[in-house]
Design a protein around this ligand. Structure first.
Ligand SMILES: NC(=O)CC[C@H](N)C(=O)O
Length: 198
């Protein structure tokens, strides 16, 4: 796909967590992936992935060097996909315990919601993406306990939303980069491509 002018340039926040697998998934899904470690590197991106990891650790890093404010501005304006800890950072409200967030996704997220016994698991559930049910890898996953009217639910687990979209934002409480299926990343690459065409 090299030379394709519609190949969007998508950043992956690379301060902590499993950013490398996201970069690989993005490349497979037809994007150019760029690791982002400084606020200046957000310039010129058509989209951004905030990966899973540990949201508390990411927050600490972001609060240094005015990265938090730059990111807050970015997620209001351009396509952003938060997975697991990234979804926690995007949410309007975080519980269990409460913590600061970017406040962009109209949802209430509860951290580490599945308890110790079943904190990590692989599930398969239907989604509104075309094709077969989706494999979902959950690792100390949060739960979206409330979602506003503007939030479209693309997949659920036990009745709770696990993949959602709100305009230019997408969030997953699982780790799509750890499955072979690239439908979730392709969906986000498509959102970034639309942004690039503007
Ligand atoms: N896999 C993950 O991203 C886990 C998220 C982590 N439990 C947090 O609260 O940030």
């Amino acid at each position: 796909m090299t030379g394709d002018t519609t190949r969007p340039r998508i950043g992956v926040l690379a301060i902590q967590g499993n950013f490398a697998a996201h970069a690989e998934a993005l490349t497979e899904a037809g994007a150019e992936a760029v690791e982002v470690r400084n606020p200046e590197e957000l310039d010129g991106l058509d989209g951004l992935i905030i990966p899973g990891g540990e949201s508390t650790t990411m927050l600490k890093f972001l609060e240094r060097r005015r990265f938090f404010d730059a990111l807050k501005e970015f997620v209001q304006a351009r396509p952003t996909f938060g997975t697991c800890a990234g979804a926690i950072l995007l949410a309007k409200e975080v519980r269990h315990p409460a913590q600061k967030s970017l406040g962009a996704l109209d949802a209430v997220v509860e951290r580490n919601a599945y308890g110790r016994q079943i904190d990590s698991s692989i599930e398969t559930a239907p989604s509104s993406l075309p094709g077969d049910p989706l494999e979902m890898v959950f690792i100390r996953a949060p739960r979206i306990v409330e979602a506003g009217p503007g939030v479209e639910v693309l997949a659920r687990r036990d009745g709770f939303p696990v993949l959602v979209r709100q305009g230019k934002l997408m969030a997953a409480t699982f780790h799509p980069e750890l499955s072979q299926d690239r439908r979730v990343h392709r969906q986000f690459v498509e959102m970034a491509r639309e942004e690039k065409r503007k």
